[in-house]
Design a protein around this ligand. Structure first.
Ligand code: KG4
Ligand code: ZN
Length: 334
């Protein structure tokens, strides 16, 4: 049996998402129901609230994904769901739904690693992406520098030693009362600010492969406290510039050191305009290919889960129905 068409399900954080994707490249539907408005009044994701919202939304979202795809259950060959990392209660909703649907439809269940799914977002839109590839995976929960040597084969070169890049965006935005999530707001405000207005620190830019973003966050807080009249746009643009500079500097150094042919962005922060521009220019200057997945594929979605599920199913076969949610799952490394 060739398992070509995968129903993907994603509920690891605050998006309830389902998608139908054929052969990890052909997106037939991609439905995302965001809980952002529900959590915004608390200034961040409230796990218990997220789980309840997933329970209410999961089946309508799955039905919509199926209906938009134009397929019936007969056309689905396997059901893939994110089983970690993420919020345990949120993950359980997607995993339980996926297992139940797989059993009823009598098709395989595939447990997908959320980080691997973010990496496969790039391949959805550019199936012939050449490897080895340096991927900067930057989300609300993770910041990793990854060398992808072949399909499903990764080396984690470095990771953040404190805050994730997205977490720094969210915390800086919260401190400045800009709302949640912070990344998109800071991105928008930065368009009217001067990125060179304030010289925020670029921690560890030229040494090693790890990252640290708690220093730049504290520097923003200190600067705003000392200069209460400072233009918010200049703070946003200068902070964003500092974060993007570090991410791009490490990516291009890693590409040189490990002989990668391209640079790639993944995860929610990869939607950032300045980071995308800088990564594209760096790649062009160094003779590398740059791949920047569309913004909708950078933030949490289920098309990337279906894509990663397709590759995993081919390599490892179906997952056992005994596989549960694993909130601290790591990227499988070679
Ligand atoms: O990948 P994602 O949707 O969820 C996780 O797996 O964490 O990433 C969410 C993170 C949040 O921290 C959000 O502020 C950030 O991605 N983000 C951005 C932008 N859009 C989302 N950060 C900077 N600029 C953006 N345009
Ligand atoms: Zn994510």
């Amino acid at each position: 049996m060739s398992a070509d068409v995968i129903l993907g399900i994603e509920t690891s954080c605050d998006e309830t998402a389902a998608a139908v994707v054929a052969r990890a490249t052909d997106v037939r539907s991609n439905v995302v129901s965001s809980q952002v408005e529900i959590h915004a009044k608390y200034g961040g994701v409230v796990p218990e609230v997220a789980s309840r919202a997933h329970v209410e939304t999961i089946m309508p979202v799955v039905e919509e994904a199926l209906s938009v795809s134009g397929l019936t259950s007969d056309g689905i060959d396997a059901v893939a769901a994110t089983h970690g990392p993420g919020l345990v209660g949120a993950l359980l909703v997607g995993v339980s739904a996926a297992k139940a649907i797989a059993m009823v439809w009598d098709v395989p269940f595939v447990a997908v690693n959320h980080l691997e799914a973010h990496l496969y977002a790039a391949f959805l839109e550019e199936p012939d992406l050449e490897m080895p590839l340096v991927i900067v995976l930057v989300s609300g929960g993770h910041t990793m520098l990854i060398l992808m040597e072949d399909h499903l084969r990764y080396r984690v070169l470095g990771a953040t030693v404190d805050d994730a890049a997205g977490e720094a965006f969210d915390k800086v935005a919260r401190f400045m009362d800009l709302g949640y999530p912070g990344g998109p707001v800071i991105d928008r405000l930065s368009a009217d600010g001067d990125p060179d207005a304030i010289a925020f620190p670029r921690a560890m830019a030229n040494d090693g492969w790890n990252f640290s973003f708690s220093g730049v966050k504290t520097a923003v807080v200190n600067h705003v406290r000392k200069n209460p009249g400072v233009a918010v746009e200049d703070v946003a643009a200068s902070f964003q510039e500092a974060v993007a500079d570090v991410l791009v500097a490490k990516a291009r150094r890693a590409a040189r050191e490990f002989g990668a042919t391209g640079l790639c962005l993944a995860g929610g922060v990869a939607a950032n305009s300045r980071l995308r521009d800088k990564m594209a220019s760096a790649a062009a200057a160094d003779g590398l290919r740059a791949f920047l997945p569309s913004r909708a594929m950078c933030t949490d979605n289920a098309a990337m889960v279906a894509a990663a599920g397709w590759w995993r199913l081919r390599a490892d076969g179906p997952s056992s129905l005994a596989v549960g949610a694993d909130p601290s799952l790591r990227l499988p490394v070679t």
